[in-house]
Design a protein around this ligand. Structure first.
Ligand code: E4P
Length: 296
């Protein structure tokens, strides 16, 4: 770190499952406000990988203990944006089952955020969680309707609720993920400010600057993106910054139009289906299961 690192206008989070990476980013940038983890990132943790590749696949309890150990190492390294810990959720997991995991995970560290998917059961679990004063991060968000449902389901939460729109995964299929972030921010202008936007699935510097320019409250990115930011002397978007939405081959991405959505409705009334949420859950389940013994 250096004392001259400019503070971004967003809280900065490391998107990863390895405490060593968090230490590296903190050293380079000077501070880390928080951390996001997910089942894929935990399956890539060096210790978990070593165990799995040496044939020591884990029981689900051992996996949970590994996850706990990892977040307990990260917890003291980060600031007040906390450490987001994701519950296991497949298509049969009920809100009650998610909630039971969430309660346990929330007790692991003093600065936990419990991650639930933007699905019917995930929202139900979030609704109860905030009533119990648990902090939550609603993940796999790919639409304004999902973000509106998050808003409505968690109204009254004392702590800020996070919603995580996945920028990179929308880009990957040709849609401008940053438009979703922009649209959610615009939609929330009519709200009471209890949901904070956490730009996620950030792949490169341009995503980072785009998120800063949109004044998202938080942004999470893998260590390599923060290394790129530090390596380019911590650029921030200038007043005339224009986000260029292009894919890897510089082709323009499709715009996502803003929809006029009334926030003050029952959360169950929003159409929250999205195929990328479904795919995301499938992938998290597969990555989680890859660390488990067959019988577990
Ligand atoms: C963070 O909360 C998300 O799980 C993460 O940013 C997803 O990133 P990916 O799309 O690169 O997997």
């Amino acid at each position: 770190m250096n004392a001259f690192t400019p503070r971004a206008n967003a809280k900065i989070l490391v998107d990863g499952g390895d405490p060593e990476e968090t230490v590296r980013v903190k050293r380079l940038v000077g501070y880390v406000d928080g951390q996001t983890t997910n089942p894929t990132l935990i399956s890539k943790n060096p210790e978990v990988r070593t165990l799995v590749s040496s044939g020591h696949k884990l029981s689900s309890r051992q996996e949970l203990d590994e996850y706990k150990k990892i977040v307990q190492s990260i917890s003291p390294l980060v600031g007040d944006a906390g450490v987001s810990i994701e519950v296991y959720a497949d298509f049969d997991t009920t809100a009650e089952e998610m909630l039971a995991q969430g309660r346990e995970m929330f007790s692991w560290i003093p600065n936990a955020y419990v991650k639930y998917p933007c699905t019917h059961e995930g929202l139900r679990a979030a609704q109860v969680s905030v009533r119990e004063a648990m902090r939550v991060n609603m993940t796999l968000c790919f639409s304004q309707e999902q973000a509106a449902a998050v808003y409505a389901a968690t109204k009254g939460s004392k702590a800020p609720v996070y919603v995580s729109p996945f920028v990179g995964r929308l880009d990957d299929r040709g849609d401008n993920g940053m438009d979703l972030v922009k649209n959610i921010k615009q939609m929330y202008e009519a709200g009471d400010g209890h949901v904070h936007v956490l730009a996620a699935s950030i792949r490169h510097l341009k995503h980072l600057l785009g998120s800063f320019a949109l004044e998202t409250e938080l942004v999470t990115a893998p260590g390599k993106v923060w290394e790129e930011w530090a390596g380019s002397s911590f650029p921030l978007p200038s007043a005339d910054f224009v986000y260029q939405a292009t894919d890897k081959t510089d082709r323009p991405l499709r715009s996502i139009a803003f929809k006029s959505v009334e926030l003050n409705q029952a959360w169950e009334s929003f159409d929250i289906r999205h195929d990328l949420t479904t795919k995301g859950i499938q992938q998290f389940v597969a990555d989680y299961k890859s660390t488990l013994k067959q019988s577990a």
